[in-house]
Design a protein around this ligand. Structure first.
Ligand code: GSH
Length: 260
């Protein structure tokens, strides 16, 4: 069981307690590495966690000397570090969890790909919130429909086609990778994030993705292999994995799921 009391945890993740959202990309890395971590906002107050603990830090209360107040969740606390922004958190965790190759060129590459995942997440978010994050979906349904159609016909194919081509290029550049990894010859946090991208898009847009998947066979294989890794398999079957829902980034609204 990976949820420990915050005191005992090497890593404290702060994220909204009822959604996968962007925080899931960090959870997947911690789970794959079997890292001792606490998902702080999901703990009770008695256990030393809860939403209040997260909101306090967002307001700048309880920061240690030299720590920057984060703009938004997720953020991670480890030792003297308080690190925000998913791609930045993964850049921090990668070497510590053995989830990125050691050489600088590969690390830069991993970070570059992860920032592209960040861009993709923002565009997925905008399929249901194209006008404003501050408004309800119900108040921007018309715009959402236009945005989702454009996302599914133009942007999703461009993003996924890009990641598929990176798998092909890495297979050629790096014989040991055998086309199984986006960076280098072994599993990295970028592979874990692409697993989540495919899972999320399958959930939100089953119709569009059902048709599109045949054009991205390597990504689909990557998703299957990652989902079969023992630590992740155990995590995905556990109650630590929150189910997809309509408060997260990947939302299933049938009216938005048009053919890609
Ligand atoms: N680029 C940031 C985005 C962070 C973000 O948008 N967090 C969302 C939850 S997934 C949030 O709570 N935002 C509050 C806000 O933007 O005011 C990242 O990748 O971490």
């Amino acid at each position: 069981v990976k949820i420990r009391t915050p005191r005992a945890a090497t890593y404290e993740l702060f994220y909204w307690p009822s959604i996968q959202g962007r925080g899931e990309l960090v959870r997947l890395a911690l789970e794959e590495a079997a890292a001792p971590y606490a998902d702080v906002a999901r703990l009770t107050k008695k256990e030393g966690g809860g939403m209040a603990a997260m909101l306090a830090l967002l307001k700048g209360k309880g920061l240690a000397k030299g720590q920057l107040r984060p703009f938004a969740p997720p953020f991670l606390r480890s030792g003297r570090y308080l690190v925000a922004q998913v791609a930045n958190i993964l850049q921090f965790l990668g070497p510590r969890l053995g989830l990125v190759p050691a050489d600088e060129a590969s690390r830069v590459e991993a970070h570059q790909l992860q920032l592209t995942v960040t861009d993709l997440f923002a565009e997925v978010h905008d399929t249901h919130h194209p006008v404003s994050t501050g408004l309800y979906y119900e108040d921007q349904k018309k715009e959402a429909k236009d945005n989702a159609r454009n996302f599914l016909t133009e942007r999703m194919p461009k993003f996924l086609g890009y990641f598929e081509s990176v798998l092909v290029a890495n297979a050629n550049a790096n014989k040991k990778s055998k086309g199984r990894h986006l960076v280098g010859a072994r599993l990295s946090y970028v592979d874990l994030s692409l697993f989540q991208v495919i899972e999320g898009l399958r959930y939100a847009f089953p119709r569009a993705l059902g048709r599109f998947e045949k054009t991205i066979p390597r990504l689909v294989e990557l998703r299957d292999r990652v989902g079969d890794r023992p630590n992740l398999k155990a995590y995905l079957a556990s109650d630590r994995r929150i189910a997809f829902n309509e408060d997260g980034i990947f939302r299933r609204y049938a009216e938005l799921d048009v053919d890609a």
